[in-house]
Design a protein around this ligand. Sequence first.
Ligand SMILES: [Zn+2]
Length: 293
Amino acid sequence: MAEENETAYPVAPTTGSSRKAERQRVASSAKAVRAADRPAPRPARAPRRTAKPLRSLVILTMVGGLVATVALPAYGAWRPTEAEAVTIQQLANDNAQSLVVASDATNSTLNRESYSATTSEQIAKKKAQEAAAARAKELAASVASTTSQFASVDLSMVAPGTGAVRWPLASFTMGEGFGARGGAHMGVDMLIGQGTPIYAAAAGVVRVSQESFGGYGVAVTIDHVINGVKVSTLYGHMTYGSRQVSSGQTVKVGQVIGLVGSTGRSTANHLHFEVMVNGGHVNPISWLNANAG
Ligand SMILES: [Zn+2]
């Protein structure tokens, strides 16, 4: 059947056409005989062939119209005619009310998404709502992280032990020791996770309590008098905003003064702890071993 259609098209009014037509008549009659015992002939295909290009043409026209509409905001000077606007409405959406009429689309900042909104007021309102939602989400996230960071710590707890001197951390892993870096390291690095409570090593008065104390970052120093001896302790690299004491404040032994962090000149969460006895640095571990209980 396919051959019949294909040979039918090129037939042209040439001199040899009568002979060709004769051959075709013979061929088609033979086929007709063969086809006679078949139940039903297929419907004519010619109409479908002519319909296809027509449909393509319609689609092309539609696509062309859409492209012109989408591109419109980029070319603000160009104005579509009223007829085109109506056609665009019909093509894009049955609900004409949800469309921005092309003649209104003069704002150069208007983008494709804006076509789902009705008026410029509604577009502005929608964008404001989205911005507000984003801000609220951001704020909630920051509050949640700050709250959870401190909520997990019981700031009223005290260091374990009963002595007048206590360890500043309940537990830790030893990092760089006293006198490291050619004697430049005047304290010890006690490695432990961020947010771990730091305790006052003894009762005393807070001298320094700063968010930025040089290389120590967030730090606290406390002056003590222990058995008549002047002792000072320093706690460095605390978490920002975690200090629980202020300068001049009296603290009890084992009171929480802040939380472990990695502020200042630090590359890992740890407490940098220094002890001065009568104005001179001593090995904090040795001092704690001798005095803490
Ligand atoms: Zn250190």
